[in-house]
Design a protein around this ligand. Structure first.
Ligand code: GLA
Length: 727
């Protein structure tokens, strides 16, 4: 990869053999976005944006009535200076004045990566993996600087963030400061977003742009199940395999805002960053503020190209630690099988049964700590309930280990119940307004993580439980959103910083704990996939994808999640039927087929399984272990062009290309059956593949071009799986 600056044309060109990103300095002051897309050799000034004398246009250079910030394709637009589209940043000074004029003022080209302070990001293992461009914008009247960082890697990826430095003598308030802005010259795009709800996370929505705007946002304190900090721009007609896609995703776990705004003359503005709603940051003289990092992926190979780039990047350069490249254990989680009804005896029986079936990790979910028999109490008191565990947690962990299975535990550290020792001791540690009783959600309140003492308490409380070394897994949950924003710790003038400081506090807690316990596997959760984002993955390499464990619902959820996140990050469990969320009964084989497309677990009462079902589960686990490397570290392809109501299919190709796992799920059986033809992807067209079960041979070209025909199965919710080996 390279970054060049052409002095004469004032053009920055970031490129590698796949992509080019071009920025130009116009009129010695303004940054113009020229291009982001497939690699070009050089940007010639022959490609112009034609400016005209337009009505209602402010002209910053009075003698040139054709030049207006309102019609320029901008790289990082200010507010209030004649560009009436959505600004990327805004300040307010002590007197309430919001005007500012930041102009271009130099650059640096650096090898390697510059990361935003205290925030998760795409990292590099060596400086040779990336190059960074730093562009300075300066307001000389106010003595403020904004540094824009662009890093280019070997893949079709550019990451961006910005840093604001107050060089002045007066404090200012940052009212808005997004991570990225990019204006594109055409509106010929479909916009794809991932929205949803609790138990219906990451549904795919796609619509053509239509001279209007699309906005996405969360103001819930987390990235949320309702929205995803992701915008996909697709050239019209883009499919899984073909067409141009530009995908922008934010590495952040808190409130965000994103938009695609149509300009009046056929252009668009794309933005993503911290949500300006309920945000403000006091920047004192000499201090700085960094935005979260945005990841811009470009694909010429449709959505699959985009997803594969995100998957590789997130798996190898966002996820970290001991487990990054290690196979993840098959687990049994106690929640749907037992809910709060747990105790030592039950856990030990479960451990025995689980180990016997080949399960490698027993996770004791909610209900193990002091007085926690319902969801109304005890959050914050992270010591075991002596009634349920008379010999203590460590003794239980040891005994579970002795049964040949690892032991893991559930926490919800960011929360506090009113009915808890912690609340009685520290009522001021809660996020709340000083004027009103705080609103409860699931009977609980949120701890004020902007307060370092609260963070220290959490680090200490979780460490005390983990320190014995017998707990090898933590499920880190977060089950309500933030209301009544107010912090007893922060000064009045800093109250608008709370939501972002909450996330910074959380990141610091997670950084400390994951560093302190490097061999503990952390899985994040927020009532399922409510905080399934790249920010959390930087600390915790897997996420509980959804509280919805129904195999049919999961098809859609996992399909949407797979747009951005690799299989190894997705927790997927086989649960009991009728399913606890939707009441549906699906075959055990299909529940496995769907869960086996991610990080496999079971979440049911093993005692309630028949002998035959137990045998089936044992075989499933053995089978999963055989193909686990492929599932967790292979390349994942969605096969139906987009998720179709009555079927879903995917195949995964192992890292070495030798193994292919293909799965097809039929939702409803039909009498007038139409044989689906499913074309596999990512195979070697010249190779021969053998079906491991039947010994049948297929050409890679046949499988990819002619496709597989799925025979009729006269049963709803049926599935077909084929494991193929390259001969
Ligand atoms: C959340 C999680 C569940 C379970 C419960 C426990 O809803 O998503 O998996 O851990 O909390 O209270």
């Amino acid at each position: 990869m390279q970054i060049s600056f052409e002095e004469e044309q004032q053009v920055f060109h970031l490129y590698n053999d796949k992509i080019s990103y071009v920025i130009q300095v116009e009129k010695q002051r303004y940054l113009k976005h020229c291009y982001y897309g497939k690699r070009i050799k050089r940007w010639h000034s022959g490609i112009k944006d034609y400016y005209y004398d337009r009505g209602f246009c402010a002209n910053p250079i009075a003698e040139d009535r054709t030049f207006s910030l309102d019609t320029q394709l901008r790289e990082f637009p200010e507010s209030g200076q004649g560009d009436f589209r959505s600004p990327a940043y805004e300040l307010e000074d002590r007197n309430g004045d919001k005007n500012a004029r930041f102009f271009y003022n130099g650059y640096r080209i650096l090898s390697g990566k510059i990361a935003p302070d205290g925030l998760p990001h795409v990292y590099t293992d060596a400086d040779t993996e990336a190059m960074t461009l730093e562009i300075t914008l300066q307001d000389k009247v106010r003595n403020q600087r904004i540094l824009l960082y662009y890093t280019i890697y070997e893949d079709a990826v550019v990451t961006r963030f910005a840093k604001w430095i107050n060089d002045g003598t007066e404090p200012i308030e940052i009212c808005r400061f997004l991570s990225m802005n990019m204006d594109l010259p055409t509106q010929e795009y479909d916009v794809l977003t991932l929205s949803g709800a609790h138990t219906e996370e990451k549904n795919v929505y796609r619509r053509p742009l239509c001279a209007d705007s699309v906005t996405i946002e969360s103001s819930r304190g987390t990235s949320s199940p309702q929205a995803t900090p992701f915008i996909g721009l697709l050239s019209p007609g883009t499919t899984e395999e073909q067409g141009e896609v530009l995908g922008v995703n934010l590495i952040y776990s808190g409130n965000f805002y994103g938009c695609v705004q149509c300009g009046q003359y056929g252009t668009i503005r794309v933005q993503l960053g911290i949500n300006p709603y309920q945000f403000g940051w006091q920047l004192s003289p000499g201090s700085s503020f960094c935005t979260p990092e945005a990841v811009l992926v470009y694909s010429v190979n449709g959505l699959a190209g985009m997803s594969n780039t995100f998957h590789k990047l997130y798996r190898t350069r966002v996820c970290r630690g001991w487990y990054r490249d290690r196979e993840r254990p098959v687990l049994l989680n106690s929640w749907e099988g037992m809910y709060f009804e747990i105790n030592e005896e039950k856990m030990l029986t479960l451990a025995e049964e689980a180990a016997e079936l080949g399960i490698e990790l027993l996770v004791m979910d909610d209900g193990w700590f002091k007085g926690r028999n319902t969801d109304t109490t005890s959050l914050g008191d992270w010591t075991e309930d002596k009634k349920k565990f008379p010999d203590g947690l460590q003794s239980l962990a040891k005994k579970v280990k002795q049964k040949g299975i690892d032991f893991g535990i559930w926490f919800e550290p960011e929360m506090i119940s009113r009915e808890s020792d912690l609340y009685r001791e520290h009522p001021d540690w809660v996020i709340r307004s000083p004027f009103y009783e705080p609103i409860l959600s699931r009977h609980q309140l949120v701890l004020d993580l902007s307060n370092p003492a609260v963070c220290e308490y959490l680090i200490d409380a979780v460490s005390k439980v983990l320190v014995s070394g017998n707990i090898s897994y933590v499920k880190w949950d977060m089950n309500r959103h933030l209301t009544d924003l107010g912090s007893a710790y922060l000064d009045r003038k800093n109250q608008n910083e709370l939501s972002h400081r909450y996330v910074l506090g959380l990141y610091r807690v997670m950084e400390t704990l994951t560093e302190r316990f490097p061999q503990v596997l952390f899985e994040s959760c927020s009532s399922g996939g409510g905080r399934f984002d790249a920010g959390m993955l930087y600390y915790m390499p897997q996420t509980w994808t959804s509280d919805n464990t129904d195999a049919v619902c999961r098809l859609k959820i996992q399909h949407g999640t797979s747009l951005l996140f690799p299989t190894v990050t997705m927790g997927a469990h086989v649960s009991a039927c009728p399913n606890h969320q939707v009441g549906r009964t699906t075959p055990l084989a299909t529940r496995f087929a769907v869960a086996a497309a991610g990080n496999l677990g079971y979440e049911l009462d093993l005692k309630k399984l028949s002998k035959e079902e137990k045998e089936e589960v044992r075989e499933q686990i053995a089978e999963y272990k055989r193909r686990r490397r492929t599932v967790q570290f292979g390349t994942y392809y969605r096969l139906a062009d987009s998720f179709q109501e009555n079927q879903s299919a995917w195949n995964i190709v192992s890292e070495d290309g030798m193994e292919v796992i293909f799965t097809h799920v039929q939702i409803l059986a039909r009498s007038a059956y139409r044989v689906p033809v499913i074309r596999l992807k990512g195979l070697d067209p010249d190779a021969v593949y053998i079906d491991c079960e039947t010994g049948q041979e297929y050409g890679g070209d046949e499988l990819m071009y002619a496709g597989i025909r799925i025979p009729r199965i006269r049963q709803d919710f049926s599935s077909t799986t084929m494991v193929l080996r390259k001969s």
